[in-house]
Design a binder for this molecule. Structure first.
Ligand SMILES: [Zn+2]
Length: 553
């Protein structure tokens, strides 16, 4: 043993008792997170009484009042000038009456069938939506990505036209790792990007071709998510654009459209995924008509603070969206979208974690903000609004931990960090997991674009290091294949459907509790640290973070 090593050990020794006390404190608080507590919360939040928790309905009022009441009972402070609510101003746009989409000019005229062949809506607030004989152009993936040297709109003027495109990106389609990020979906693969880009290009209509594998979910999810009202922030990316129609068609409908144009569908989409793809005028016209209703409404984020002791102006944020799809017409049986997994589990976990913080014998240094956001299912709007109108400065916001749809299939060796390797927040997760003999893994299905599909992404886009930590797949009892099969079966059968019900007989609670304790401890470790974990070099969000931290100095 060198002298240096000896000294090092000697210096560490006196710190041990303090560390043990801290471990005991964490343990005491962590033990307050129980299956009973979780069951009680989920059974309330996912109950029919909450009517599927749709924004700006009676279901919202019940939900947010319940959450505010829970926070108040635990002794948490209202985060917004004496209120537990942050109002989110929205436009609610509802297509009314029959929607028609007609494709003419080809071999045969096509009257596509709403819900079976296509879904659509408008970001515009006009009373009617009318598009007459707009030229249809197939633009491949509809992507302009300078960093990947890709431009599907090169040399094209699509003003007033209808752009038809594929979901996901060329890297996914080919599996070619030199195209985009290979199988892993980039933001360019998400439908949200495709609509935004088409609006920037001045298109009148966008039609995305749905494919179950490429989208990551079946047609039923598109049908459910795009029927009924759609929400936008008052100020949104389509404000001032001429985009009138955002639509999806099934693969079968796309084949009919290509057939009418005399084009080979399979061959064309293969070409679209290769370098050198040239967009093609299909010599077809699209006509769209429907009546439309726009209302200005308000929804709410729920925000409660458990203040810190020494550095109370620095914040750790836990996010979990409270909203789901409400009550909708469904052909048979259940019409309430209870969203039990998605996301009564995340909200219940948040309440359990808040309670655990209040059980700490000694207050943590930094403040904890519990932020249950609205309109996640409408395009991450509540979290986007918060990131644009933060209640506490973003450069004092240390990190965000998002919880969306917990693991109901039992204990796992691993937990998933969607976007593993993006930020130093990973280290905190890895350290805590290691304590329990567990480990962090990257998203097992990055092709589904999970990184862009929950509220942590709103914060990442704004530059704030954020973490989407979710259940693992290395099931301790049944192994990985079994767990993945369960997960996929659940997605096909219940994701965004009325059957996402609370099912205490079949859900595994010990697994969920183990994960929630990890969420708690990661937040706790961040709350007693003096560090501001950063994005890793090369991650696009880093530049924004550097800028805001510089400004805060
Ligand atoms: Zn969700």
């Amino acid at each position: 043993m060198t002298v240096k090593k000896f000294l090092l050990i000697f210096m560490i020794l006196p710190a041990l008792p303090g560390c043990q006390v801290e471990n005991k404190n964490i343990r005491t608080a962590s033990d307050s997170i129980t299956a009973e507590g979780l069951k009680t919360q989920i059974s309330v939040i996912a109950s029919d009484d909450f009517q599927g928790r749709f924004p700006a309905t009676a279901g919202e009022t019940k939900t947010i009042n319940y959450l505010a009441g829970q926070f108040k009972n635990m002794g948490l402070e209202p985060a917004n000038n004496g209120s537990y609510f942050q109002e989110v101003p929205l436009v609610k746009i509802t297509p009314e009456g029959d929607m028609s989409l007609r494709v003419t000019g080809g071999k045969s005229n096509l009257d596509l069938k709403y819900a079976d062949d296509f879904m659509g809506n408008t970001p515009q607030t006009s009373d009617t939506v009318k598009i007459d004989n707009s030229e249809i152009v197939f633009v491949g993936y509809g992507i302009i990505a300078p960093e990947y040297n890709w431009n599907d709109y090169a040399g094209l003027d699509v003003k007033g036209k209808t752009v038809l495109m594929l979901v996901n990106d060329p890297g996914y389609a080919t599996g070619d790792t030199t195209l985009f990020t290979g199988k892993a979906m980039t933001y360019y693969g998400r439908w949200t990007y495709k609509y935004e880009e088409a609006a920037r290009q001045g298109a009148a209509a966008v039609i995305i071709i749905h494919e179950t594998d490429a989208a990551g979910y079946p047609w039923g999810v598109v049908r459910n998510s795009f029927s009924g009202p759609q929400f936008y922030l008052e100020e949104n990316e389509f404000t001032g654009s001429v985009l009138k129609f955002k639509a999806w068609v099934t693969t079968e409908a796309a084949r009919m459209i290509f057939g009418s144009a005399g084009m080979d569908y399979d061959q064309t989409i293969q070409t679209a995924a290769k370098r050198g793809f040239v967009p093609s005028d299909m010599h077809l016209k699209a006509s769209v008509y429907f009546r439309n209703k726009a209302e200005h409404v308000k929804s709410n984020n729920v925000a409660a603070v458990w203040p810190g002791k020494d550095r109370k102006d620095e914040y750790i944020i836990y996010t979990a969206h409270w909203d789901h799809f409400g009550i909708r017409y469904v052909a048979e049986g259940d019409s309430i979208f209870n969203g039990a997994v998605d996301n009564a589990t995340g909200v219940a976990a948040m309440l359990e974690i808040a309670n655990a913080f209040t059980r700490l014998p000694k207050k943590q240094d930094r403040s904890i903000l519990f932020l249950s956001v609205t309109c996640e299912e409408q395009g991450l709007l509540g979290s986007e609004y918060y990131a644009k109108h933060p209640l506490f400065p973003l450069n004092r916001t240390v990190g965000v931990i998002n919880m969306d749809a917990l693991n109901i299939f039992g204990r796992t060796k691993d937990m998933t960090i969607t976007g593993l390797g993006y930020s130093q927040l990973d280290n905190y997760v890895e350290q805590v997991l290691k304590k329990y003999g567990r480990y962090a893994r990257p998203d097992p299905e990055p092709e589904k674009g999970g990184y862009f599909r929950s509220d942590h992404f709103s914060f990442a886009r704004a530059g704030v290091p954020s973490l989407n930590l979710s259940g693992g797949v290395e099931n301790i009892e049944h192994g990985r294949e079994w767990a993945l099969a369960q997960k996929n079966a659940w997605t096909m059968q219940h994701y965004h459907k009325p059957s996402d019900n609370y099912d205490p007989d079949h859900w595994d609670f010990p697994g969920m509790i183990a994960d929630i304790r990890i969420y708690f401890e990661v937040g706790y470790d961040l709350s007693v640290s003096t560090e501001f974990p950063d994005w890793n070099p090369g991650i696009p969000h880093k530049a924004l973070r550097d800028k805001m931290m510089e400004a805060g100095r």
